[in-house]
Design a protein around this ligand. Structure first.
Ligand SMILES: [Zn+2]
Length: 271
């Protein structure tokens, strides 16, 4: 029996990540946020409207800001309300269909227009790191048939846990070499939205436990690193593996029987 993925922070299909951001029925559209980053991870700026204001934070009708989830931390950036000075966005969270932007400054009224832009350097580093983790997971599955059990990332740094006991001899060097070969081979990355019925019959998606996604989700977002890894995922990724650069496996740790942790850094690739 495959062990169930652990809950929480791992890079795995989550209820939040694969949804479109519209509630079923759509009749409360004013209180949902269109999640632009799900369709275009390269969009850095947005013109939007404030739909709700709470102490220190605003919800928008659409956003390019990624909220913490699926092992990927939130974006940073700024919001500009009308002619006021830009305010810094310090945290981004998602509650149901709404994305909240915590701001370091005065909030405007509901209905106010807003222009937002993300800290692109940080976001692009997170995109490279997130894609690197999927490639690493794909390589470990294809070569050793071990599933990932969890993971988490910061810009250009990440960890991922696998069911090994013990690690094979020379594993650290071999997984780094194989992953960097795969990255350099410049595999394209495609984001698709599949009907749930189609997704649950896809062999690659079955491996990554697509069946755990609630049946209420009718459309599933799939990130396909063509030929390497395909899974339901709500994160932001680069367009090709060469854009990641390369990885270094910094260390391996034992986190108990049958659970080994890899710590990696993402670095610039060979030019
Ligand atoms: Zn992921």
């Amino acid at each position: 029996m495959p062990r169930h993925v652990r809950n929480g922070e791992q890079c795995r299909p989550s209820r939040e990540g694969v949804l479109h951001g519209r509630p079923p029925g759509g009749h409360n559209a004013a209180m949902s946020t269109e999640l632009l980053y799900l369709r275009d991870a390269y969009q850095r700026e947005v013109d939007a409207k404030v739909v709700e204001v709470e102490e220190g934070r605003v919800a928008l009708d659409r956003t390019v800001f990624y909220p913490t989830g699926g092992g990927q931390p939130h974006d940073l950036g700024v919001l500009r309300f009308a002619d006021a000075q830009p305010v810094v966005v310090t945290e981004v969270t998602k509650a149901g269909p709404v994305v909240w932007h915590t701001i370091d400054g005065a909030a405007p009224d509901v209905g106010a227009p807003v222009a937002g832009s993300i800290d692109w350097e940080r976001r692009h580093q997170l995109m490279r790191t997130h894609t690197a983790l999927h490639v690493l997971g794909g390589i470990i599955w294809h070569e050793w048939r071990r599933p990932a059990t969890g993971g988490n990332m910061k810009p250009l740094e990440a960890r991922m846990d696998f069911e090994f006991d013990p690690l094979p001899d020379g594993f650290k060097e071999e997984v780094e070499r194989r992953t960097n070969e795969a990255l350099a081979a410049d595999h394209p990355i495609r984001v698709e939205f599949l009907p749930r019925d189609t997704a649950v019959e896809d062999e690659d998606l079955i491996r990554t436990k697509v069946n755990l996604i609630p049946e209420s989700v009718s459309e599933i977002r799939v990130v396909d690193i063509v030929g390497l890894d395909k899974q339901a995922d709500g994160g932001t990724h680069v367009a090709s593996t060469a854009e990641v650069g390369a990885i270094r496996v910094i260390k391996t740790e034992s986190k108990g029987k049958g659970n080994k942790r890899l710590r990696i850094q993402v670095v610039d690739g060979p030019t």
